[in-house]
Design a protein around this ligand. Sequence first.
Ligand code: SAM
Ligand code: SF4
Length: 335
Amino acid sequence: MSAPLIDPFHRAINYLRVSVTDRCDFRCVYCMSENMTFLPKKELLSLEELDRMCSTFIGMGVEKLRITGGEPLVRRDIMTFFAAMTRHLDSGALKELTLTTNGSQLERFADQLHVVGVRRVNVSLDTLDEKKFADITRWGRLPQVLRGIDAAQKAGLRVKINAVALKGFNEDELVSMTEWCADRDIDLTWIEVMPMGDIGNEDRLGQYWKLTDLRARLAERYTLTELAERTGGPARYVRLEETGQKIGFITPLTHNFCESCNRVRLTCTGELYMCLGQEDMADLRAPLRNFPTTTAPLQEAIRNAITRKPKGHDFDYSRQSVDGRVTRHMSHTGG
Ligand code: SAM
Ligand code: SF4
């Protein structure tokens, strides 16, 4: 293994999130417009290129790989890529292989995911109401996702639900979602809506539900014990004493936990974003494609990119305008 990746602020980069497609079978209103234009296939890294790219990062000290998108499970033959990553789990170089999914294809893939070594999945689910689910995802169907969650649990995968906190949308489901998750031994993490991409005429300030407010409401009902657990990302956790479950808060806007950031994000076209909230990126596809038989140029490009990892992002809703907005969609960089 080559020397570990350390950025200018002495943070060790050991976590890579990889978007394997920009396509999706849903059109969540905060993420995409209804008429999205997707990238031509030749722009995407092939499954073999994804393997080479991820293996290079793993050789440079990445220990945790999270596969995301778009919807990762709609990429054709994606299980071939997951299966290829098993060798890194077997060697011990990779400690964890996970994915973030909308759950629509989990019923089909849960068993296979477990076989290749995935042990945890994050499923995005903002509401338990069928009608509201159809509204927020535009194309999604709740029963299909619920069957996927059941299948994942049956296959032995630990499920965590990620819910975007949306004012006037799921505020009234705070307790019912908490109880639903508790009944199934599922942890639940709330995410603040972020200013990513042009999504038509949706109003993000209107959608924005402060997690400090959500947390205060939770505390009216449950006893919250702060947990010391840190994942290197913008999440903080509490335990609900009454249910025993873990509740997470991802608050890149109201708080800024960038000082402990250990991650970088690779898009499906091979761009490396050193920060979710900044525009700077490095093109890794060129050194990958131009040098098919040696990884040295790719490794050098990765090292150069890490030297440009910024101290933090500049998202800010506080002045009643969405400052620090970035123009690309979350589905491009991968959430
Ligand atoms: N399709 C998969 C899914 O929905 O889980 C993976 C990709 S999706 C872009 C990853 C996560 O980003 C989801 O949990 C989604 O709710 C979240 N997300 C998308 N747009 C967002 C936004 N503008 N603000 C906050 N979270 C967002
Ligand atoms: Fe698709 Fe996930 Fe974006 Fe929803 S949040 S449109 S499921 S990529």
